[in-house]
Design a protein around this ligand. Structure first.
Ligand SMILES: O=P(O)(O)OC[C@H]1O[C@H](O)[C@H](O)[C@@H](O)[C@@H]1O
Ligand SMILES: [Fe+2]
Length: 187
């Protein structure tokens, strides 16, 4: 019997900072998101290397059955009137789900299934979101501070960005200080 007490990995609830093991980080700038925001001219004028979000995750070995744990930090900001958001994706293995937990800031989780039915869930510190399989997901920062959310998902899930080539069916904009949800007309 091994009676050693292991020091676990750590998540700082308020900031979403991960520690205790090697981390992988990925930063996404406005330049990395062509075609994501509706106002292309505004996007072009802002683009450059302005950071939109950072993902920090434990460097978990990618083995069958393992789970990744990561935190997305989404900056406050807008392109025109449209709030900053993640690119959003389906999982390459469509049946695989994911759990998000809000840590700081305020925003929305946009969910869209393969029939383009959408649902928005409010994200705030302590909010829990069970993302089912076959459902694309995107975080949107509707607040004035960084929106951070913990995510746990199967290593085998993968990302499929191309399946959303028409984009999501909803856009979320700032309408004179109020959050307004708009349906997108793909015709
Ligand atoms: O991949 P994106 O749509 O840019 O979202 C950014 C990241 O958000 C979460 O942390 C997900 O679980 C990651 O798998 C994802 O890569
Ligand atoms: Fe995901």
């Amino acid at each position: 019997m091994d009676s050693t007490i292991i020091q676990p990995l750590h998540l700082a609830w308020c900031s979403g900072a991960l520690s205790g093991a090697p981390l992988l980080t990925k930063s996404t700038t406005l330049q990395d998101l062509p075609g994501v925001f509706a106002d292309h001219t505004c996007w072009q004028s802002l683009a450059g290397s302005k950071p939109v979000y950072h993902v920090e995750m434990f460097a978990t070995p990618d083995r069958p059955g393992e789970l990744y744990t990561g935190v997305t930090h989404l900056m406050p900001g807008k392109v025109g009137e449209e709030f900053f958001m993640t690119r959003g994706h389906f999982h390459a293995r469509r049946e695989q789900g994911e759990v998000y937990i809000g840590l700081r800031g305020e925003g929305l989780l946009l969910l869209q299934d393969e029939q383009n039915s959408t649902r928005l869930e409010r994200v705030y510190p302590g909010s829990v979101h069970t993302i089912p399989g076959f459902t694309a997901h995107r975080l949107i920062n509707t607040g004035n501070e960084i929106l951070s959310a913990l995510a746990v998902w199967p290593c085998s899930a993968g990302h499929d960005y191309s399946a959303l080539k028409n984009g999501f069916a909803l856009r979320v904009v700032d309408d004179a200080g109020s959050v307004r949800v708009m349906e997108v007309n793909h015709d």
